[in-house]
Ligand binder design. Structure first.
Ligand SMILES: Cc1cc2nc3c(=O)[nH]c(=O)nc-3n(C[C@H](O)[C@H](O)[C@H](O)COP(=O)(O)OP(=O)(O)OC[C@H]3O[C@@H](n4cnc5c(N)ncnc54)[C@H](O)[C@@H]3O)c2cc1C
Length: 430
């Protein structure tokens, strides 16, 4: 049985407005049994479910709201090779050999993302190309050095575009050049999440929406419990992003939810949109408090960048997003943001991914640190493989050490705000 969806099912965004409203899947009611029970129908949970079903497992997914309701249906859509931290951080954390393995997994993750889209015919507007753009000379020097390191140590080809080459594609004078990655790209996030859910269901996965998990029963045969039912399973996968506080408190201490925001302009028309980003690539600057943007299929500019380290959106959000957009593109002085929305990212202290097991039967993946469009799919595949007995890749992720955020639930946010203010100041000064 399905229930008709309402507009309030998804937070208002251009993504929700540009996708057809799909009937909601029935909530869990009563007792069910699965080989694997998955909490969360974002990219992590859905790709784990899909990969497990393709291996022959019976999988049930419980989603508190709707498929792609969380970060997976709201993000900037920039699918980038790598993780939330750079490779030098991983080298420092796990040594050069494992850092290389982790990078190769990530390349593979990007390949799998494109294959998944093609294999399941997911209509999500995939576009090739991503540019990381420096504003300050020190950032340009760092990007140029990165290109050499990535070629020499990681066999990964990136291009350096000088200012005039970049200007041919991007109508902004703000940047000194670009590190261009032809293998990364962008997509329509909610369409991708909904396509994943459809593919998972075609492979036999059962998805219940409007089914918030209220308790995880641990032990060799774990279970996920909602107010109206339970799923008993051999394995549980926790893929709840920033919302697992009451389900797995030990994960909460190593992850900080941070609000980030994005907007969509009114329609610009094909010609005006193409004049902004000629080759339709995704763009992100390399500031700590970064701006990132790309075009939509209906010729809007999607522009993201504000962050908030409290439970509230920043004051004057709409106005400050518009101001940031016009700082990059002064020629949009007459253009307004028609939609502005936000969501939570789950950052770790070192911005490295935090994936692993809480016990032999309970797996988790968190800490995508704002860099999850591609790596969530890898997490799903890596966890599915580990459940099927091939844990070599998960074991490498397990070597990454993760510190707890100091201060507990009450104090860690103010401490992070202080730390972030320092990095923002650094963006301005150097
Ligand atoms: C505004 C914004 C912009 C971003 N931009 C980018 C970008 O351009 N590029 C990039 O790589 N990354 C970006 N990210 C990050 C990226 O979107 C995430 O890393 C990724 O979507 C995380 O996927 P997930 O499946 O782990 O979590 P989510 O998509 O958040 O899914 C978790 C799901 O679990 C459900 N859930 C939680 N608790 C429960 C419970 N108790 N019971 C049942 N269900 C539960 C939630 O409802 C949710 O649907 C952005 C994030 C945001 C918010």
């Amino acid at each position: 049985m399905s229930v008709v969806s309402t507009a309030a099912d998804y937070p208002p965004s251009w993504y929700a407005a540009s996708q057809p409203q799909l009937p909601a899947r029935a909530p869990l009611s009563g007792q069910a049994r699965a080989d694997v029970a998955v909490l969360g129908a974002g990219y992590t949970g859905l790709t784990a479910a899909l990969a497990l079903a393709e291996k022959g497992y019976r999988v049930t997914v419980l989603e508190a709201e709707r498929v792609g309701w969380g970060a997976s249906g709201r993000n900037g859509g920039q699918a980038i090779v790598g993780y939330g931290c750079d490779q030098s951080t991983l080298e420092h954390l796990v040594g050069n050999a494992d850092a290389r393995l982790l990078f190769d997994f990530s390349r593979d993750g990007m390949h799998m993302l494109k294959q998944r889209i093609a294999r399941h015919g997911i209509d999500c507007d995939w576009r090739d190309g991503h540019a990381s753009v420096p504003i300050h000379p020190r950032q340009e020097r760092a990007l140029r050095a990165d290109i050499i390191t990535m070629a020499q140590r990681y066999d990964y080809p990136l291009e350096w575009w000088d200012r005039s080459r970049l200007r041919q594609q991007l109508a902004s004078d703000r940047y000194l050049g670009a590190m261009y990655d032809p293998a990364s790209g962008h997509l329509h996030p909610l369409a991708y999440a909904q396509g994943l859910a459809k593919a998972a269901e075609a492979a036999g996965v059962v998805i219940h929406e409007h089914s918030p998990v209220v308790r995880l029963e641990r032990g060799p045969k774990p279970a996920l419990l909602t107010a109206h039912g339970r799923v008993d399973a051999d394995f549980v996968v926790l893929a709840g992003n920033a919302w697992l506080q009451d389900i797995a408190p030990e994960l909460e201490t190593r992850m900080m939810p941070v609000g980030t925001y994005i907007g969509a302009t009114q329609r610009l028309g094909a010609e005006r949109a193409k004049a902004l980003i000629g080759n339709d690539m995704a763009v992100a600057d390399v500031n700590w408090a970064l701006d990132y943007f790309r075009l939509s299929r209906d010729h809007r500019l999607l522009f993201g960048g504000q962050a908030s380290y409290s439970a509230l959106p920043p004051p004057r959000l709409h106005a400050s997003m518009t101001q940031r957009m016009r700082r990059v593109f002064p020629q949009l002085a007459d253009v307004e943001l028609e939609y502005v929305w936000g969501g939570y990212i789950d950052i770790t202290r070192n911005r490295a991914p935090h994936w692993g097991r809480l016990s032999p039967s309970i797996y988790f993946a968190q800490g995508f640190s704002g860099h999850g469009v591609a790596s969530t799919g890898l997490a799903g595949e890596v966890i599915a493989a580990a459940i099927a007995g091939q844990s070599a890749r998960l074991d490498v992720f397990g070597k990454i050490p993760h510190g707890v955020f100091p201060g507990g639930r009450a104090l860690r946010m103010p401490l992070l705000v202080a730390a972030m203010s320092w990095y923002k100041l650094r963006d301005l000064l150097w």
